[in-house]
Design a protein around this ligand. Structure first.
Ligand code: ADP
Length: 694
């Protein structure tokens, strides 16, 4: 009796099958092509399948058995459409084309919904269908080889969804939006994740609240929460993640909104997280597809989704705490401002009355030198108190944006002269010398600008107890009135110099030796800003400081003509020359710079670099005065990359003597984007030598 070599499970089953009772008859009566095909198939190690004749009598090998799932291994000898009735509408037409037209098919990742367990399964196969020919060339059956790729295809789809999850932007929107946004991202693949619920459990209150969800809703607005009483119990006692029946965890009334399949999701995977162990725990409930089983790869996907949501939650918490802290700080700060405002107002009237009484007392005490001395001492202290109160009042007005300015046109030299004389009349320790007093028409509030001059002179006197003079000067440079107040006192450490104009800032080392509140320079900067002015400081510790400010002069004309040729450019702010001999662009910045002059000069430099084809720049700032901080960021972030694209490779930057200009240069270089090699020099010769060498 003819049979198959019994070296596989299916070979034994085929041999044992009662073929006599079938339309094929016993094995020895089979056509040799069928016998050979089945024999080859049985020996193969990948899933193979043969359907013979018009009845599609099926044979398969051992590797094919798992594809049958719960249908079992005993399906041999039955027609394909019987075993695979659920997909016959899809594969039947293909069988027909193979058996009747002799066509072959090959498909990677072909999607089939198989009923091989208790539920319909989403499956994927790589397969090939081809005709099985008889010796006479006619078609006797169909030969199928296939590989199931379900697990890989689903895993790739899930990972793709996670990989395209865009991190939620924490800077926009309210903190609570994080989780919602994150859920929206995850809801893009409902076949893998039909619903999700993020639950916060408050340990103290023993209460659950749903912070965010997708794919679930409560039809009745009265029904609060999604968890059934049993679900609450299960979750409360849950210590490790696991798979649960959705109907046990969720209320009966809950509806599934996303419908990737006809069936509702029956299982959910729950992962507990501990955020702040004693205060709160979180649970992420993730819905399972109704058409797959929960294998290791699916669990891995759930863990990644859960972690992602938990991460968002933790960021949300941090953000919420930051917002609360910020709010508390703002409340405190506004209470402080309110207190300053009320206190300075309330102090003003009794101080004015006390001063009036003391002035009367001073006059009445003219015949008692000792009383007169006490009264004059008391008056001096009262003056100080009045100044402090006035400063506090100004600060509270600045904070509320209510510092009034009465602008008018005036000659600044008169203001300076008067301010200096008035100040001099109150002190005998220092001589306030006016070195130069330039006539200049400016638009300003006399009183406020006098306050600026007074503050600077009084600081100069206060912080130079060992000196006996303060030098004041004003001059016009490039359409600006530049005023300086110079002292020969304690000086200021370089690394603090840029902080002095902040509210309440005082240098720790000197604060204990000198009285003050750290408000004077803050008020100065506010007033100068409102006058479109700028200010900066030069100082050397132990030698003294010079405070500068500059204001636009009315009606000033720019007299410097612009020269623009192929190799040279110059205006009142910059001179650029193409130096072919030294092989660099020679740039000399002149005087005060502002945002506009820096941008204009830089773009001119860019233009000349492109045209000349040079790759190096000698950037000389030695003639730069004051500060140009408003352009520093643009130079580093925008202009340097443009220069790099134009071919710049090396940039020698020679510092200005002005500390504030140096700080601006440092800032540009610090934030510089790109690969241009930049070096800062104090000495022009060193910078030039470096450029010639590189
Ligand atoms: P105050 O003098 O009341 O402390 P200011 O706002 O006028 O407040 O000054 C802020 C800080 O700047 C001072 O505490 C001091 O450390 C420093 N400062 C101001 N002017 C000078 C100066 N001419 N020399 C040295 N340090 C100064």
């Amino acid at each position: 009796m003819k049979s198959f070599v019994e070296n596989s499970r299916m070979a034994c089953l085929i041999n044992a099958h009662p073929w006599n009772e079938s339309s094929l008859g016993p094995i020895e009566e089979w056509p040799s092509e069928l016998y050979n095909a089945v024999s080859t198939m049985l020996e193969a190690r990948i899933p193979m399948y043969v359907a013979w004749g018009e009845d599609c009598i099926q044979f398969y090998n051992d590797a094919y058995i798992p594809i049958l799932g719960a249908k079992g291994e005993n399906e041999i000898g039955k027609p394909t459409w019987g075993t695979w009735s659920e997909i016959w509408p899809v594969i039947g037409p293909m069988f027909d084309r193979v058996l009747h037209n002799g066509e072959s098919f090959g498909f990677p990742g072909f999607n089939l919904y198989l009923q091989r367990t208790s539920y319909i399964e989403e499956t994927y196969f790589d397969f090939s269908y081809s005709p099985l020919r008889k010796n006479d060339g006619t078609i006797g059956g169909l030969f199928l080889s296939c590989l199931e790729t379900t697990s890989r295809v689903l895993h790739e789809r899930r990972m793709e969804m996670l990989a395209s999850t865009i991190p939620v932007n924490y800077d926009t929107g309210q903190s609570g939006d994080f989780l919602k946004e994150s859920h929206i991202q995850l809801s893009r693949s409902p076949k893998d994740l039909p619903f999700s619920l993020f639950i916060e459990y408050n340990v103290e209150k023993e209460s659950f609240s749903c912070l965010s969800k997708f794919g679930l809703s409560n039809p009745d607005p009265e029904v609060k929460g999604f968890l059934s009483p049993e679900g609450v119990d299960i979750i409360r006692n849950l210590s490790t993640e696991g798979l649960f029946e959705s109907k046990k965890i969720l209320k009966d009334s809950v509806l599934y909104d996303l419908k990737p399949w006809d069936e509702d999701p029956t299982y959910c995977y729950i992962i507990p997280y501990s955020y702040n162990h004693y205060k709160c725990r979180n649970y992420v409930l993730l819905g399972l597809s109704s058409r797959t089983s929960c294998d290791d790869l699916y669990v891995q996907f759930f863990r990644l989704c859960g972690r992602y949501l938990q991460h968002q939650y933790e960021h949300w918490q941090m953000r919420r705490q930051e917002e609360q802290q910020l709010q508390a700080i703002q409340e405190l700060s506004s209470k402080k401002d309110e207190f300053i405002s009320v206190a300075s107002h309330e102090l003003k009237t009794p101080l004015t009355s006390a001063k009036a009484y003391l002035q009367i007392a001073e006059r009445s005490a003219s015949n008692s030198p000792q009383v007169a001395k006490f009264v004059s001492g008391a008056l001096k202290q009262l003056d100080r108190l009045q100044k402090l109160t006035a400063d506090l009042l100004d600060v509270s007005k600045i904070n509320a944006g209510k510092l009034d300015y009465k602008m008018s046109e005036l000659n600044f030299s008169e203001l300076l002269q008067e301010a200096v004389s008035n100040f001099q009349s109150t002190i005998s320790t220092h001589a306030i010398e006016i070195e130069q007093n330039q006539e200049a028409l400016i638009e300003c509030d006399w009183q406020r600008l006098e306050q600026v001059v007074n503050n600077l002179i009084s600081n100069a006197v206060k912080y130079s107890p060992q000196a006996n003079r303060v030098v004041v000067a004003s001059s016009i440079i490039q359409n600006y009135l530049v005023v300086s107040v110079r002292d020969f006192g304690v000086g200021i450490p370089q690394n603090r110099i840029h902080l002095l104009f902040e509210r309440f800032y005082r240098i720790e080392e000197t604060a204990m030796h000198f009285q003050g509140m750290g408000l004077g320079l803050f008020i100065v900067s506010e007033i100068l800003n409102r006058h479109k002015g700028r200010f900066w400081i030069e100082s050397e510790e132990g030698k003294g400081s010079t405070f500068y400010f500059m204001l636009p002069v009315k009606g000033a004309q720019n007299v410097h003509e612009e020269i623009d040729t192929e190799y040279n450019y110059s205006n009142s702010h910059i001179a650029i020359a193409v130096d072919k001999d030294k092989d660099f662009l020679n740039v000399n910045w002149l005087g005060f710079q502002d945002n506009q002059s820096v941008r204009h000069g830089c773009l001119k430099m860019l233009d000349m670099l492109k045209k000349s084809g040079l790759r190096k720049v000698f950037n000389d700032n030695r003639n730069v005065l004051g500060t140009w901080s408003d352009a520093a960021e643009w130079v580093g972030k925008d202009w340097f990359p443009m220069m790099e694209a134009a071919g710049l490779t090396h940039f020698a930057w020679i510092y200005s003597k002005s500390t504030f200009s140096q700080l601006s240069a440092d800032k540009s270089v610090d934030i510089l984007q790109g690969k241009v090699v930049t070096r800062l020099f104090n000495n022009g010769k060193e910078g030039e030598d470096w450029l010639l060498k590189v």
